[in-house]
Design a protein around this ligand. Structure first.
Ligand code: RIB
Ligand code: CA
Length: 314
């Protein structure tokens, strides 16, 4: 039986791809949104547009507009002001089911045991839900999140964006006792985003694939401006594939902490890579994904986009 998934996201193109992969290879039960790549209203509209374009009959519930403690932070330099900058977007015909994502998560997870929760943005909604309803931890099959890194960060030298936006939320989730799978930058940078991926998406020909190709082109233009390279990682689908296709990701159970106080390291994930060292005083808490079968993962993503997309233009 396909895994039943709840995705908490902040689209961005890679969140959009994650939604398509989740819907095709899993059973996408519901979507919640969180301010991250762009403000909440924008990422919610982008999630709704993704569902509209790919014909996903899934409710979208808007959630946290800002982090638990930190000031809001977005990524216009990478994803554009709207989070979907670049292409001309079709008119949005869908509306959010509610603005109460946390209530939706609590109610849905209490209503069905064994769901996977897949956060691909800041962990604010997830942390609030677990704080209000600690019983969720034992009802979930697990939490498979995109975020952090066992190596360098992206938004700062030490911190990955999702965890930098809300480190307090991430620390709460990683210490919640839930089964946790981590798709950090050290894994997701193995899923190459480049002009070849854009071309392969565009060659699928459907309206959704072409929009994703346009979004990837905009992302690569921004990456080239910010980093000097037309290259990036297709981050968020890795968190979904860790659930739907665990064979494409090798992982190791490790201790992972989130730095909250460091002047230069706030939001950093400290991943204990000392294999077998007994000096780690804390028990391992995270299945750290470290190696990706990129060719298979890439094939699966293109398969999902092609399968759920509309007909190519005549
Ligand atoms: O650092 C990468 C993460 O930040 C991805 O989830 C991307 O969508 C952005 O949210
Ligand atoms: Ca994201």
């Amino acid at each position: 039986m396909a895994a039943r998934l709840l995705v908490d996201c902040d689209p961005g193109h890679d969140d959009a791809v994650a939604l398509v992969v989740a819907a095709h290879f899993g059973e996408l039960v519901g979507i919640t949104t969180v301010g991250g790549n762009a403000p909440l209203a924008d990422v919610t509209a982008n999630a709704l547009l993704t569902c509209q374009l790919f014909g996903l009959d899934v409710e979208v519930h808007a959630g946290a507009v800002r982090p638990l403690v930190a000031a809001p932070r977005h990524a216009p330099e990478i994803h554009g002001v709207s989070g979907f900058d670049g292409p001309t977007l079709p008119d949005l015909e869908r509306r959010p089911a509610s603005t109460e994502a946390v209530d939706y998560l609590i109610e849905t997870i209490r209503g069905e045991e064994g769901l996977w929760l897949v956060p691909t943005g800041p962990l604010t909604n997830v942390a609030i839900a677990i704080r209000q309803a600690p019983d969720l931890v034992d009802r979930l099959a697990g939490i498979s999140f995109m975020g952090g890194s066992a190596g360098p960060g992206n938004r700062t030298p030490a911190a990955e964006f999702n965890l930098l936006v809300d480190p307090e939320a991430a620390a709460a989730v990683l210490s919640s006792g839930a089964r946790i799978h981590m798709a950090g930058l050290d894994l997701t940078h193995q899923f190459t985003v480049d002009d070849a991926l854009s071309a392969d998406l565009r060659a699928l020909g459907g309206p959704g694939a072409i929009l994703l190709a346009d979004l990837v082109d905009g992302y690569l233009d921004n990456a080239e401006r910010v980093t000097g390279r037309r290259w990036g990682g297709l981050h968020d689908p890795c968190a979904v594939l860790a659930v739907t296709h665990p064979e494409v990701i090798e992982s190791e159970l490790r201790r992972v902490e989130v730095e909250l106080a460091g002047t230069f390291t706030r939001g950093m994930t400290v991943v204990d890579l000392r294999a077998g060292d007994r000096r780690s005083s804390e028990a391992p808490n995270v299945h750290h994904g470290h190696t990706l079968d990129h060719p298979t993962a890439r094939r699966l993503v293109l398969e999902a986009v092609a399968a759920l997309d509309g007909e190519p233009a005549p």
